[in-house]
Design a protein around this ligand. Structure first.
Ligand code: AP5
Ligand code: MG
Length: 190
């Protein structure tokens, strides 16, 4: 399978649809948010640095994030394709990913953008706060995450458009419908 970059606002379903895609196509999965939460849980130096940013809804500095991504990527089995969930989040990260993959003779593949209205996003994240208790799922931090998404991450859509990689899927209130639309595209890449 080709590499896939799954892109969207907090709560848009990057993690949820990544799991479905991994089940269907058997590829690798890198969620940079999960990597960072793992470091925090293990009390590592990186975790201590990351915690301040995550609790504040801010992005971890690009250089640090790019190094973490490259290390995580190189630990996965080569050749099966990877779904990147939550990376890249800035133009600098996207440029670095392109170079990192080219250096390894790999392609960026395609980008899947999930577009969901903000009211639905907020409801999902507040619900997840009750179910899972993720530290950054409180209304104040969620609003900061939305603002960071709009100012720093959303402009990347244009970057992917120029790369000819962008595929947009808009939430119409039905998870199975969205999933079948995504699979219809990915089935053509196998
Ligand atoms: P990260 O963990 O990536 O969080 P996020 O982008 O805010 O996204 P979420 O994980 O909250 O949402 P999601 O899109 O995965 O949705 P999900 O499938 O869970 O990043 C956290 C932080 O880490 C960042 O704020 C930053 O500080 C740092 N970080 C991470 N990557 C970084 C990077 N590259 N650079 C710098 N900093 C970085 O769905 C949400 C909920 O909705 C779930 O509970 C799900 O079950 C539910 N749900 C209900 N209905 C549906 C439906 N129909 N479809 C999908 N989900 C649904
Ligand atoms: Mg996620």
């Amino acid at each position: 399978m080709k590499n896939i970059i799954i892109f969207g606002a907090p709560g848009s379903g990057k993690g949820t649809y990544s799991d479905e895609i991994v089940n269907r196509y058997g590829m690798g999965h890198i969620s940079t948010g999960d990597v960072l939460r793992g470091e925090i849980k293990n009390g590592t130096e990186l975790g201590k640095i990351a915690q301040g940013y995550i609790d504040n809804g801010q992005l971890i500095p690009d250089e640090l994030m790019i190094n973490i991504l490259a290390k995580t990527y190189d630990e996965l089995p080569a050749g099966k394709g990877v779904i990147f969930d939550g990376f890249p989040r800035t133009i600098a990260q996207a440029e670095a990913l392109k170079v990192m993959l080219a250096e390894r003779g790999h392609d960026m593949g395609i980008m899947v953008e999930l577009v969901v209205d903000e009211e639905t996003l907020m409801a999902r994240l507040l619900n997840r706060a009750i179910e899972q208790g993720r530290a950054d799922d409180n209304e104040e931090t969620i609003k900061k995450r939305f603002a960071v998404y709009h100012s720093q991450t959303a402009p990347l859509s244009e970057w992917f458009e120029k790369e000819g990689m962008r595929n947009v899927f808009t939430w119409k209130g039905d998870k199975d419908l969205m999933l079948s639309e995504i699979f219809a595209l990915l089935d053509t890449l196998k």
